[in-house]
Design a protein around this ligand. Structure first.
Ligand SMILES: Cc1ncc(COP(=O)(O)O)c(C=O)c1O
Length: 377
């Protein structure tokens, strides 16, 4: 069986986790959580990092601190894993779905500009959707599959319309736009260390920010908003969202290997691009100009992608279809979807993700390529 994307635990994971077990520092306080935060802030080029129980929790806390209120709209690309749409909904807000570019599969920033010009207005430093009268305080650009949104165009546009940016950088740890790391552009950047990500803590996430006050507040909210070191006095509704030390221990070991993992992901993508280029109908994800992608999850357009998936599964090769676009899910199908030709729908129905764990061998990649050629022969 060649799996899609599995953890690569080849470093100091056992040693660091054992250290937690030997010393009983297994829960939400411990030196590995602090180290994980320091390493993440330094790697992503921000001043503050707050470790969370998962990436969805990181998004939830960021939305709270960006001032989202019940009844608001939050702009989100229609192509995304469902987590940010769910986090928006936890707030009593709704996603406002925006179509993506045909080649890069990232939020269409030109379409966004048209939307803001034609359908929105600012009043007293707040952006409103004219038709519904609802506020639009936040946009979540999702950096899909390790590629990135055109941040050079997005950031001034968001600033002009007084919209705070929360980057969903959960898939793009190690990617850069003009050498600036994913997650370091917005008011907040959110990371995930879920099992299939480029590094993993089993489950975990991180809030990145350059705003020290907000970083402090994020830590407060993720630790039940306990305001007194001794007394159980909580000054607001808090959350039990802190990453635990035993998982952070794994994370520190994974961070040590991250540059090597990124290098391997890039090699795997090159092998697939070369080996598949002659397949009729094949088309890889194009990288946004000025972006260096971490090549997290190799995904491409294939003719008859569903049949190809079944063919490969029968040969013990695990692949995955792309996410069903948000506007086709029952929880979000009544939300506003701004698009011209539903590019997201087309991408969904033609894309397939291929095995690309960092510990996949070149021979296994060659076997996947060979089987794909056989399917089309
Ligand atoms: C785009 C995107 N956003 C958010 C998440 C949520 O992260 P987590 O699973 O750590 O909650 C994920 C991954 O799982 C993701 O791929």
């Amino acid at each position: 069986m060649i799996p899609l994307s599995v953890p690569n635990l080849a470093g100091n994971e056992w040693q660091y986790v054992k250290e937690c077990l030997d010393t009983s520092w297994v829960s939400s306080v411990g030196s590995f959580v602090n180290r994980m935060e320091e390493m993440s802030a330094s790697f992503s080029g921000v001043t503050g990092a707050v470790a969370t129980s998962n990436g969805t929790a990181a998004l939830h806390i960021s939305l709270i601190l960006a001032g989202v209120q019940a009844g608001d709209l939050v702009i989100l690309p229609n192509i995304t894993f469902v987590a940010p749409a769910n986090a928006i909904t936890y707030m009593g807000a709704r996603p406002l779905l925006m179509d993506v570019y045909e080649d890069t599969w990232e939020l269409d920033v030109d379409l966004l500009e048209q939307f803001l010009i034609e359908e929105c207005a600012c009043n007293n430093g707040v952006c409103y959707h004219k038709l519904s009268g609802k506020r639009i305080p936040v946009i979540i650009p999702v950096h899909v599959l390790g590629n990135m949104v055109n941040m050079e165009k997005l950031m001034p546009l968001a600033a002009k319309y007084h919209i705070a940016v929360i980057e969903d950088a959960t898939e793009s740890l190690g990617s850069t736009y003009k050498d600036k790391p994913a997650g370091s552009f917005g008011l907040f950047g959110c990371l995930s260390y879920n099992g299939n990500k480029i590094i993993t803590t089993g489950g975990g996430g991180m809030i990145l920010t350059d705003n020290d006050k907000l970083a402090k507040e994020a830590k407060h909210l993720t630790t039940q908003a306990k305001a007194d070191p001794l007394e159980y006095y909580h000054d607001k509704v808090g959350y039990n969202y802190r990453m635990v030390n035993i998982l952070a221990a794994m994370g520190v070991a994974q961070m040590e290997q991250l540059p090597g993992f990124i290098q391997r992901k890039k090699e795997i993508a090159s092998l697939y691009n070369l080996g598949l280029k002659d397949i009729p109908g094949f088309k890889g994800q194009e990288t946004t100009e000025h972006v260096t992608s971490n090549c997290w999850l190799y995904t491409a357009v294939f003719g008859q992608s569903k049949q190809l998936m079944e063919y490969l599964a029968a040969r013990d090769i695990q692949t995955r279809p792309f996410w069903v676009p948000m506007n086709r899910l029952p929880a979000f199908d009544a939300d506003i979807y701004y698009n011209k030709t539903d590019i997201a729908g087309n991408i969904y129905s033609t894309c397939l993700s291929l095995p690309c764990s960092t510990n996949i061998t070149d021979d296994e990649v060659a076997a996947v390529i060979e089987n794909i050629h056989q399917f089309y022969a």
